[in-house]
Ligand binder design. Structure first.
Ligand SMILES: [Zn+2]
Length: 422
């Protein structure tokens, strides 16, 4: 017999994603959720200690622990968001409406003085205390929607001190907030004074910022915005190579607004994840496949204003393992991975099973945490969500609401019915 702190029983569907931690899932593997009917999962000291049918688990667990009844419900691993621009000041709802309703292109908004430069300014003007307060609220919202681990990028100040401040905020929140944060230094926006001197900015990033971030041990990854009007391929390459030299593994924003060469560079540098991939030609997708790189789809900007999605069906058929992320940023804000699955299913034509795999175990692979999280298996972290839904197909059927009823992080009940606990 084993002892447990609690056991969740009678789940109509318990989505385990068992046996998928060794490598990212591709093609038909994306459709295999490994569901247990009338399922149960038990946890002790923050770890999963038993998974199976309710009868199997109750037969193994000593009597007397807390029992959570999930009759008629769906139980899954905690959702994982592998792409978030977490720290920023101000908001840009006016320009979002211009892009969405009036079809003003993003680069035109930027040329008019809006877009990222505004956020670099408003973030720099926001106190650390205020940034902590705002970001805590964002993380609370993620948590109550079932997201238990988040990759968090800096990049909204683009000064040495500002980037250090952002990464220190991420570090502080990781120590205090239940959501687990994975930290990324990102060369994102181009400050106005560097608009015509991006090579000079690249020199700064490579020679001063990256070594300083590494010295302070503030980031696990280095990311870059490889896009027209931001960093070109040569500059992106210099930044990611500098990051690697100082121990930060590379990830890349590629082919978001246009074909930028970012995915090709990502394959060349063997990045951990190449993200967006909206305008990536098939041959360059194949280059990522050959290297075993994960492609992370970020459906929010296409949903809000771009109108063009990554070609999910073709990309999956070519064998690329795919993850899903919110890309929450100052440009548009959505904390909900449930919403990402809904868009991926209804607009990108991913199946519900593919979308859920992309939001759990493959998202865990995208941040190299698949041995710890992303599936319900003995020994893994007890990050578990009870959804007020009878089965996983509800992510496309009952949308625009929060279906997460109970959220467990590291074996603690941290949110229930839309409220944070503790
Ligand atoms: Zn992004």
């Amino acid at each position: 017999m084993i002892t447990a702190d609690f056991v969740i029983v009678n789940a109509n569907e318990l989505v385990t994603l068992k046996g998928k931690s060794d490598k990212p899932q591709t093609r038909e593997e994306l459709g295999e959720l490994r569901i247990v009917r009338d399922g149960a999962v038990a946890a002790r000291d923050g770890r999963i200690v038993a998974v199976g049918t309710t009868r199997q688990v109750l037969d193994r667990v000593e009597k007397g622990c807390e029992v959570v009844d999930a009759s008629g419900k769906l139980v899954t691993p905690g959702l994982i968001d592998p792409h978030v621009h977490l720290i920023f000041g101000g908001s840009r709802e006016e320009e979002l409406e211009q892009m969405a309703v009036k079809s003003v292109p993003y680069l035109e908004i930027k040329a008019r003085g809006g877009g990222m430069p505004i956020t670099l300014k408003t973030t720099a003007e926001t106190s650390t205390e205020e940034l902590l307060k705002r970001t805590t609220h964002v993380l609370d919202t993620m948590l109550i929607h079932g997201t238990t681990t988040v990759e968090a990028k800096s990049g909204y100040e683009m000064t040495l001190q500002g980037e250090i401040r952002q990464l220190e905020i991420i570090k502080a929140l990781n120590e205090t907030h239940p959501v687990e944060l994975v930290s990324t230094f990102m060369a994102q926006g181009i400050p106005v004074e560097y608009a015509d001197r991006v090579d000079d900015l690249t020199d700064e990033v490579v020679e001063k910022w990256v070594p300083e971030v590494a010295e302070r041990e503030l980031a696990e990854y280095c990311d870059v915005f490889c896009e027209k009007g931001y960093f070109n391929v040569a500059q992106s390459k210099r930044i990611l190579e500098a990051g690697r030299k100082y121990g930060m593994k590379p990830r890349i924003h590629a082919d978001w607004l246009a074909h930028s060469g970012g995915a090709k560079l990502g394959a060349e540098l063997n990045v951990v994840s190449a993200d967006h991939l909206i305008f990536t030609p098939p041959g360059e997708i194949d280059g990522l496949v050959k290297k075993g790189i994960i492609g992370t789809f970020l459906p929010t900007t296409p949903f809000c204003y771009l109108g063009v999605y990554a070609k999910a069906r073709d990309i999956i058929n070519r064998g690329l393992p795919v993850a899903l992320g919110t890309d929450l940023s100052a440009a548009d804000m959505c904390e909900s991975m449930q919403m990402m699955m809904t868009i991926a299913i209804l607009q990108m034509r991913m199946t519900t099973e593919e979308a859920l795999t992309a939001a759990t175990i493959n998202a865990a692979h995208a941040i190299e945490r698949a041995r710890e999280i992303g599936s319900l298996e003995e020994g893994k972290k007890a990050d578990i969500i009870v959804f007020d839904a009878p089965n996983h197909k509800y992510f496309s059927y009952h949308y625009g609401v929060n279906l997460a009823e109970k959220v467990f992080k590291d074996g603690e009940l941290v949110a229930e019915r839309g409220r944070r606990i503790g």
